[in-house]
Ligand binder design. Structure first.
Ligand code: NAD
Ligand code: DAU
Length: 335
């Protein structure tokens, strides 16, 4: 068992990273340094109120070699969440995705190599491309890489760098590929928060294409416990898929949200599909469950969704400042 006393969490002011930092503070004694550039997706509010003796914030870029040289030797491990994360943005402008997702991972690998530090790389199931709706299989650690979008291809590239640095230089690293997260602090550009905040605003939700695309939803808290299990118990050099048997079509998720707002199920707009839109993702988490004994806690999607809706109702001050600009960007894309 690896028991880190101090870790860096890159991207710890974003959605999943900040939920992970909170999980670490609540469930362990480990000290966390959050390294985050505070892009449009990062928000210090996400980690506000955490005890100062447990969490330190460092403003900076994962591509900044000099900064990594100062921070990395001081910790036992780096948990790497920082990324450009939104598919639609990557279609509009892929350059920041190349820079942060590929270049940033490269800099971290090099720094961890120089100082013999452990790295856990957080990645996505999108590296495996998509499955047909009627395909009985799910993604496993052996599924070949077949990314479709600029975003997922940069994540696939970053995974490949990690694998190469493990094999060539013996860097002690693990990788996790997780499915779609939901929960508090998710940016309103993403599917579930966008629809919830539209409805709070009296605007109509927007559904891409035919709405039959399937995503495999997992509560972000379950992703956090999985990342911790892999960081502390995973075998170096190994990849673990993270998912909680949460396959749902987009239209069925939207109908659940509409129902929670007491709205009729047809009160939404069909909008232009996303180019290259992946049809279905589905994770087989057997390796994580059997090898590390991980089990998800949030297995009731309706309950998790209701709590998430309530969080957005209670935290309008958190999302209001970015809602208008986010919708203006979508309007430009016809979505
Ligand atoms: P997010 O966009 O909400 O947060 C990303 C964070 O990274 C932000 O705080 C941002 O400021 C920071 N960041 C961006 N570029 C940076 C840079 N160059 N240097 C330092 N910090 C930088 O993303 P998220 O949804 O929380 O995703 C986090 C990670 O999890 C990503 O690596 C993503 O690929 C992966 N992932 C996400 C999901 C999902 O459903 N959202 C699922 C599987 C994996
Ligand atoms: O699978 C893991 C991935 O999940 C992560 O790697 C990504 O970082 C994360 O953003 C997410 O990617 P998706 O593209 O699946 O998530 P998004 O929330 O953008 O969209 C979810 C689905 O909903 C997708 O099929 C597109 C659709 N959609 C999205 C929006 C924003 C709509 O129908 N309407 C919308 O308004």
């Amino acid at each position: 068992m690896f028991e880190p006393g101090r870790i860096i969490v890159t991207g710890g002011a974003g959605f999943i990273g900040s939920n992970f930092v909170r999980w670490v503070v609540e469930n362990t004694d480990t000290h966390v340094t959050v390294l985050d550039k505070l892009t449009y997706a990062g928000n210090l509010e996400n980690i506000a109120g955490l005890p100062e003796e447990r969490v330190t914030f460092a403003l900076g870029d994962v591509c900044d070699e000099g900064l990594l040289e100062k921070l990395v030797p001081e910790v036992d491990a780096v948990v790497h969440f920082a990324a450009e994360s939104h598919n639609d943005n990557s279609i509009a402008d892929s350059q920041p995705f190349l820079r942060t997702n590929v270049g940033g991972t490269y800099q971290l690998l090099e720094t961890c190599r120089r100082h013999g530090r452990r790295l856990h790389h957080v990645s996505t199931d999108e590296v495996y491309g998509d499955l047909a709706l009627d395909d009985p299989t799910r993604f496993t650690e052996e599924t070949p890489y077949r990314p479709s979008s600029p975003y997922s291809s940069t994540k696939a590239a970053s995974d490949m760098l990690v694998r190469a640095w493990v094999r060539t230089y013996g860097v002690c690293a693990t990788i996790s590929n997780c499915s779609n997260n939901y929960g508090p602090y998710q940016h309103v550009e993403k599917f579930i928060p966008r629809q919830i905040t539209n409805l709070i605003d009296g605007a109509r939700p927007k559904l891409y294409g035919d709405g039959l695309n399937v995503r495999d939803w997992i509560h972000t808290e379950d992703h956090s416990s999985a990342v911790w299990a892999i960081l502390t118990g995973g075998r170096p050099g190994e990849t673990y898929l993270v998912g909680a048997d949460g396959e749902r079509s987009n239209i069925s998720v939207l109908r659940e949200i509409l129902k929670a707002f007491g709205m009729a199920e047809e009160v939404f707009d069909w909008v232009r599909d996303r180019p290259g839109h992946d049809r279905r993702y589905a994770i087989d988490p057997t390796k994580l469950r059997t090898e590390l004994g991980w089990v998800p806690r949030h297995t009731n999607f309706a309950e998790g969704l209701a709590a998430t809706i309530q969080w957005y109702r209670d935290n309008e001050a958190w999302w209001r400042p970015v809602k208008k600009a986010t919708e203006a960007k979508y309007a430009e894309q016809g979505r």
